[in-house]
Design a protein around this ligand. Structure first.
Ligand code: HEM
Ligand code: FES
Length: 369
């Protein structure tokens, strides 16, 4: 028997049993079709542990190096922690066939793909390794099945029409990353409480100790630290503790934003989400948590993945209305304050500019540049 974690769910794979068979036996929802290593629908990503080499042998190098295996071809020989496939790792080679000019200066690209690309209109994707100097974001908008072409829209400020002649674009190869999911409507409801787990975590005492060790790692981590620049560690630990306590016990102790709004501006791909999960698992192991305690906790974090993972910021929503936070506004100060950029005093009565999300205020001198 080999212990497996998939999206925080524990299961056991029998000797000589494939991961896919273990998923189906234990009722784990997983996409699959051929069961013979051809269709690649059963791709899963190894986050921790070593999978047998043959499980990845038929995959292209970029999927192998990102840790992917085919669940139907993988007979584990030890513990594995797995995640679903991430759109950011899915690359499709493409060739540009035509560019049309939209009325508002936008462009419409028509292209062929080397392999089947499944998407629904409105999903976004990234174009790179092509004729454009930097990766661009496109909105996949339709397909022409008769000609075997896919259509994508590009905003005019991303791809200035004058800069790229239609002749130069014809036949150009590029890679398409994605497609990325559209912002889910609504947000995940709070998960069902699990008082037994809270008790197992020493009535929350272990949660607090792990969070203290975990956030020390986060604040020292080059990938995660930048998100926390303006937040004190004590505040985040306190918020996170209250949030987990409310989730696990059902007691209404948390005052703060639900994960979707709290992280609305943070671009967090699956890879970063999983990097954070690894730091969390390290902190939990250091404090001696058992696999049962770790799996129970991981279920609660995994529950919010779809509300946190994204490839472009989402707007903040209040009561169904979009609140535009990525902009500046100005205010006349009732009381004096200091400039958040240079520390100079700003007198009461001054009119200052501030960034709506950050709340950062600039003095007239900093504003002048
Ligand atoms: C890579 C993944 C993540 C990153 C980079 C991240 C980052 C952050 C940051 C920077 C804050 C502070 C926001 C502020 O006070 O302005 C925060 C708050 C918070 N995060 Fe995360 N987070 C991640 C994953 C998660 C997960 C998986 C959960 C689910 C348990 C979660 C739950 C929360 C909660 C409840 C808050 C407090 C919200 C508030 O202050 O109102 N985060 N996160
Ligand atoms: S189910 Fe088709 S490759 Fe695994």
């Amino acid at each position: 028997m080999h212990p497996i974690q998939y999206q925080g769910q524990p299961l056991r794979c029998r000797d000589n049993e494939s991961l896919l068979d273990a998923f189906v036996r234990t009722g784990v929802a997983i996409d699959f079709s051929c069961k013979s290593g051809v269709c690649r629908r059963c791709l899963v990503k190894v986050v921790d542990g070593a999978a047998p080499a043959e499980a990845a042998r038929s995959l292209p190098p970029h999927l192998q190096s990102a840790g992917y295996v085919l669940a139907c071809q993988c007979k584990p020989a030890g513990p594995l922690s797995l995640a679903p496939k991430s759109p950011a790792d899915m690359l499709t080679p493409c060739m540009l066939v035509r560019r049309e000019h939209g009325a508002d200066g936008s462009s419409i690209l028509w292209f062929e793909t080397a392999t089947e690309l499944a998407f629904t209109a409105g999903q976004s994707a990234q174009v790179f390794d092509g004729p454009f100097p930097a990766p661009i974001h496109v909105r996949l908008s339709g397909r022409d099945d008769a000609q075997g072409l896919i259509q994508a829209e590009v905003a005019h400020d991303v791809l200035p029409q004058a800069a790229f002649s239609d002749d130069a674009l014809f036949g150009a190869d590029f890679q398409l990353r994605g497609p990325f999911p559209v912002e889910p409507e609504g947000e995940a409801p709070l998960p069902a409480p699990d008082l037994a787990l809270w008790h197992l975590l020493d009535h929350g005492r272990l949660v607090r100790r792990v969070l203290e060790a975990f956030y020390r790692k986060v604040y020292a981590d080059p990938l995660l630290q930048p998100f926390f620049e303006r937040v004190s560690m004590e505040r985040v630990i306190g918020k996170q503790y209250a949030f987990l306590m409310q989730c696990m016990t059902g007691d209404k102790v948390y005052i703060g934003e639900r994960p979707k709004n709290a992280h609305h501006w943070m671009v967090i791909p699956d890879t970063l989400f999983e990097h954070r999960q690894r730091l969390m698992a390290q902190a939990q192991r250091e404090l001696g948590l058992t696999p049962e305690q770790m799996a129970g906790w991981a279920r609660y974090e995994e529950h919010f993945r779809a509300d946190i993972v994204k490839h472009a910021p989402w707007p903040r929503r209040m009561g169904g209305q979009v609140v535009e936070t990525e902009r500046y506004d100005s205010v006349t100060l009732d009381e004096g304050t200091v400039c958040d950029h240079c520390g100079a005093e700003i007198a009461a009565g001054s009119t200052v500019r501030f960034h709506v999300r950050l709340g950062q205020v600039g003095c007239p001198s900093c504003e002048r540049g």
